[in-house]
Design a protein around this ligand. Structure first.
Ligand code: F6P
Length: 342
């Protein structure tokens, strides 16, 4: 078979491990030819692909980013995009496409399946917000990076008797914040699923500091929301793909905490550092398993499916189930985080 693979949306650690696994499995086990679509769907739209083989991918397992590039370009967002993908697929004799991506990329993959394309999805994102899979690769690495930062911020916050607000990524869910907050012993963790009352946050900090603790770490997810009418946030910007650009709530929160409590407060916004660099062992193993499973799915003709992790096993779920709604932070897990607040 001739199988194409693409990586779409924001990059994340583990993408190269998936590509490497797809190619290894395809070439060695099935005798396939594998092509990489450059910059996500853009490559298939513009007819730009490269040939991938085991030899050309040597050394890529530990490397962050994606060797075939990524973008947020979607076939349904470009005039004639779907027809252009069809032309490329026919011209190159591509039998199936493995699309590795988050919500946006997998949504387009689901729609292309409905339009008759042979596609299989692989979930990726540091945000861990894809339904149908307990975990996405990239998440573990992002949490570890956030945790390393929080560990470091504890010592400087304690030395200066300060509050430090740490803003982490995660879009509209708080998985990174919750995990990093629990692991890093955060004083408080604010996530989109639980709108926060700034007055209650400040009172909790004051009570903590009255008990003799003079430093606090507040982890805030970039998409965290104040309770309606309690705190003004600047209007969110939108990128050229209509994708909301989050980020900035950490500064608003730090300013407000300092103004209301009088505690000296600083902010650290981790930003894209959470997406860069080498994947953890867990993410390398998960992405390798997903890559192998995706190639098996292609050979089983399991199109319209996404590989997923459930109860420790790699399974297949319909793309329709995966992209219907975002996976939110579990109540029980957030309850554990809350046990240690203030
Ligand atoms: O979805 C992954 C993610 O890193 C989000 O956590 C973040 O909001 C967004 O991508 C940032 O996107 P960009 O790379 O376009 O700034």
């Amino acid at each position: 078979m001739h199988v194409a693979i693409l990586t779409g949306g924001g990059d994340c650690p583990g993408l190269n491990a998936v590509i490497r696994a797809v190619v290894r499995k395809g070439e060695v086990e099935y005798g396939d030819q594998v092509s990489g679509s450059l910059d996500g769907w853009r490559g298939l739209i513009d007819g730009e692909t490269i040939s991938l083989d085991v030899e050309s991918l040597r050394g890529t397992l530990p490397r962050g980013g994606t060797v075939i590039g990524t973008s947020r370009v979607q076939p349904y967002g470009v005039p004639g995009g779907v027809d252009k993908v069809r032309r490329t697929v026919e011209a190159l004799g591509i039998d199936a496409v493995i699309a590795v991506g988050g919500e946006g990329t997998l949504g387009a993959t689901r729609d292309l399946f409905k339009d008759g394309f042979n596609v299989v999805g692989v979930p990726k994102t540091i945000d861990n917000d894809i339904s149908g899979t307990e975990l996405t690769f990239g998440f573990d690495t992002a949490v570890q990076i956030a945790l390393d930062a929080i560990d470091r911020l504890h010592t400087t916050a304690e030395s200066h008797d300060r509050v430090i607000v740490v803003e982490v990524m995660g879009r509209h869910v708080g998985h990174i914040a919750t995990w990093a907050g629990i692991a890093g012993g955060a004083t408080m963790t604010l996530i989109p699923e639980k709108p926060f009352d700034i007055e209650a946050v400040c009172q909790a900090l004051v009570r903590r500091h009255q008990r003799g603790r003079y430093a606090s770490i507040v982890v805030v997810a970039e998409g965290a929301l104040p309770s309606p009418g309690t705190l003004e946030l600047p209007e969110a910007q939108v990128d050229k793909y209509g994708h909301i650009r989050l980020g900035g709530i950490g500064q608003v929160l730090a300013d407000e905490i300092e103004a209301r409590t009088g505690f000296e407060t600083r902010v650290t916004t981790l930003g894209h550092v959470q997406r860069g660099g080498t994947p953890t062992a867990f993410d390398r193993v998960l992405s390798t398993r997903f890559g192998c499973a995706a190639m098996d799915a292609v050979h089983d003709g399991a199109f319209g499916q996404m590989v997923a992790l459930q109860a420790g096993h790699v399974v297949r779920v319909p793309l329709d189930d995966a992209v219907g709604s975002l996976k939110k932070v579990d109540e029980e897990l957030y309850g554990v985080a809350r046990t240690f607040f203030a």
